[in-house]
Design a protein around this ligand. Structure first.
Ligand code: ACO
Length: 428
């Protein structure tokens, strides 16, 4: 096979090199297109066919339903690793030795407190503020309290920023929830592991010792691992583009959180539960909602179905479906919402509209059900996604900065008015 792509534009022929990835994916390197052709660019709304970078972090094959972090399958990682090991793997490229993991964890623990003045910012939010907005704002605010985190000229400075945010982010996550619930803002304990501390900070009541439920802890570890990275999705691309202006890690993450918030991305897990709740309230008629989803005049979409890249099945959904059954079984929870979810899933899997368009349940279809069983409020679901995605965002930002990538700045095809003279207001 030739390693050259030939493009004909206005009768002229141009050659561009093909770039091969380690899994044989092929891209046409069009770096020289605009210069060579005297101004021609490519147009690809939604970047459906555009690679924005070369990356060695996550591999996914949407057709085959494969997902790997640094070469390790998501199935194996979800079964055998814990979240902090996976975070280390994503950020530094290799699974940590016991010593490396110990050091990483202890450096993070050193940073697991935030400035007391952050509480004043939280106090200023209305009680009904969405926790994703609160989290994005607080992550951005952290820059002011940690000004040295912006400067990442050396690997040491970069490492310090990374352990700072890994330590402080779960505190912000827990506080965003606790504030809404009127609970005192607390801290974790140095004796607990990373995920145990997340649970303690979220659920500890002021009048009792919090006991970790191992079923809940394992399920959360798994959920966070499954969400930890997903190559160049909307929020990750946002983090990379914002970071490409050298805005700093925390500011880039804050932008990523905003991107994740939307219901077409991370916000889908909240939207799924709200949709299931609405169907239940409306009498549980799943067929009615299936019909709405298929009606092109109706804007309703079946939340938790479909994926931009997985056109076969979402491997995370397969793992999480099993985990959802286990958690609900172990905790002895019978949930009518789960019955509606199962009904919808069965109908969609057998409906030609969904089958023809390759619309399968995605990771968010099941994650909300587990979060609900854990006692996490619906509005916090996307925040939990952000907590899981944090190491992925960090790894992608680090790769972008160390790779000295240029500032992200796409072009456009202008379709507005041509040059015209200004008309004074009285003459319009
Ligand atoms: N319900 C009903 N129809 C759907 C759905 C859905 N959930 N998803 C896609 N379709 C239909 C579209 O109407 C379109 O039909 P058409 O070809 O007749 O016009 C076709 O399937 C293709 O859909 P697109 O929107 O072009 O697919 P795209 O890849 O751009 O979108 C997306 C993917 C945004 C995830 C979409 O499937 C969707 O909106 N799903 C619901 C929201 C959701 O669950 N998001 C979470 C994604 S996973 C994550 O972020 C972790």
């Amino acid at each position: 096979m030739s390693d050259i792509a030939t493009l004909q534009v206005n009768g002229e022929s141009y050659e561009f090199p093909l770039v091969k990835g380690s899994e044989n994916e092929t891209a046409i390197d069009i770096k020289s297109l605009r210069t060579a052709t005297g101004g021609v660019i490519t147009l690809d709304a939604g970047f459906k066919n555009t690679g924005s970078c070369k990356s060695a972090i996550t591999f996914l094959n949407g057709e085959e339903g494969t997902l790997r972090y640094r070469g390790y399958s998501i199935e194996e990682l979800a079964e055998k690793a814990d979240f902090l090991e996976v975070a280390f793997l994503l950020i530094f490229g290799e699974l940590p030795t016991a010593e490396q993991l110990e050091k990483f964890h202890s450096d993070i623990k050193e940073q697991s407190i935030v400035d007391e003045d952050i509480k004043k910012i939280i106090d200023a939010f209305p009680k009904n503020a969405h926790p994703m907005g609160v989290l994005s704002s607080l992550t951005s605010a952290l820059v002011a309290f940690n000004p040295t985190s912006v400067n990442v000229d050396s690997e040491e400075e970069m490492y310090n920023s990374i352990v700072k945010i890994m330590g402080k982010f779960p505190v912000l996550v827990a506080w965003a929830m606790r504030k809404k619930q009127g609970l005192p803002l607390n801290y974790g304990s140095k004796s607990l592991d990373y995920v145990e501390n997340v649970l303690k900070m979220m659920f500890e009541k002021p009048n009792e010792d919090y006991e970790i439920n191992p079923i809940v802890k394992n399920a959360l570890d798994k959920l966070l691992i499954l969400h930890a990275d997903h190559e160049q999705n909307c929020s990750t691309s946002t983090v990379r583009v914002v970071g490409s202006s050298h805005a700093g890690l925390f500011a880039s993450l804050s932008a990523g959180i905003s991107a994740l918030w939307g219901p077409l991305h991370g916000g889908a897990n909240q939207a799924v539960l709200e949709m299931l709740g609405a169907i239940e309230e409306d009498g549980g008629d799943t067929k009615k909602y299936m019909a709405k989803a298929k009606d092109k005049e109706d804007p309703f979409r079946l939340m938790g179905f479909g994926h931009r890249v997985y056109k076969n099945f979402d491997p995370r959904a397969t793992i999480i479906k099993v985990a959802a059954d286990e958690v609900l079984g172990d905790l002895g929870i019978e949930d009518p919402i789960l019955d509606i979810a199962k009904g919808l899933e069965q109908e969609a899997l057998n409906d030609p509209y969904f089958v023809d368009r390759k619309l399968y349940p995605n990771v968010d279809f099941y994650s909300g059900i587990i979060y609900r069983a854990m006692g996490i409020p619906t509005e916090m679901f996307t925040v939990m996604f952000a907590l899981g995605r944090l190491p992925g965002w960090i790894a992608q930002w680090k790769e972008m900065r160390l790779g000295k990538e240029p500032i992200g700045r796409p072009r456009q095809v202008y379709v507005g008015e041509k040059s015209r003279p200004f008309v004074a207001v009285e003459k319009r």
